[in-house]
Design a binder for this molecule. Structure first.
Ligand code: ADP
Length: 192
């Protein structure tokens, strides 16, 4: 029987060198934070990069269960997510946070705490997010069934100097994810 050990060895993908960092998505509901974070997950898996996603909706059913949508509660929610990202990052696990995080000051606060922090502004016009209405929330907000809805009846403060801007009304989710990977390479956080 003919065996080709060399050929089989080359089929194994080389692992990617990396350090701990946090990718922090911010943007309106329906802008594309979850969609892009799922693609990033696949890309990190492919490279053997240990990572964890903190998705806003999931966090609110566990870590932040019981919190509402006042400015105070939103800030507590972001500080909790930020603290977990800080713990993961310093242990060389990549953290991906995908929450609206509408307030600039608390985003900057978690940036300071975490250090290796890549802020990704997922930027789509309100009209586009409302047209997508992925979870039917905009309709409810317009009907007054949901109070304090970001973009409709609650503020959203755009980042002033995000590391990456993904204009999801102009690019595909794959292009958005590639922009982030490219920035991570440029910053020296991942090798490839
Ligand atoms: P969020 O997590 O910000 O609330 P979602 O990811 O749940 O938003 O929804 C975004 C919607 O927009 C999805 O239906 C997705 O398919 C669509 N979409 C279109 N283009 C893009 C893009 N470039 N990036 C991300 N999502 C996009």
């Amino acid at each position: 029987m003919h065996v080709e050990p060399q050929a089989r060895l080359t089929e194994i993908e080389p692992k990617c060198n990396y350090t701990g960092f946090t990718v922090w998505f911010t943007g309106l509901s329906g802008a594309g934070k979850s969609t892009i974070s799922q693609i990033l997950t696949r890309e990190f898996q492919r490279r053997g990069i240990k990572h964890e996603i903190l998705d806003g909706d999931v966090v609110r059913t566990h870590l932040s269960k019981g919190l509402g949508f006042s400015k105070e509660d939103r800030d507590i929610n972001i500080r909790r997510i930020g603290f977990v990202c800080h713990l993961l990052t310093r242990n060389h696990v990549v953290a991906i946070a995908a929450a609206i995080s509408p307030y600039r000051a608390v985003r900057d606060e978690v940036r300071q705490m975490i250090g290796h922090f890549v802020e990704v502004f997922v930027k789509a016009p309100l009209e586009v997010c409302e047209e997508r209405d992925v979870k039917g929330l905009y309709k409810k907000a317009r009907a007054g069934e949901i109070k304090e809805f970001t973009g409709i009846s609650d503020p959203y403060e755009e980042p002033l100097n995000p590391e990456v801007i993904c204009e999801t009304h102009r690019e595909t989710p794959e292009q958005s994810a590639e922009k982030i990977l490219s920035k991570l390479r440029e910053l020296g956080y991942i090798e490839w």
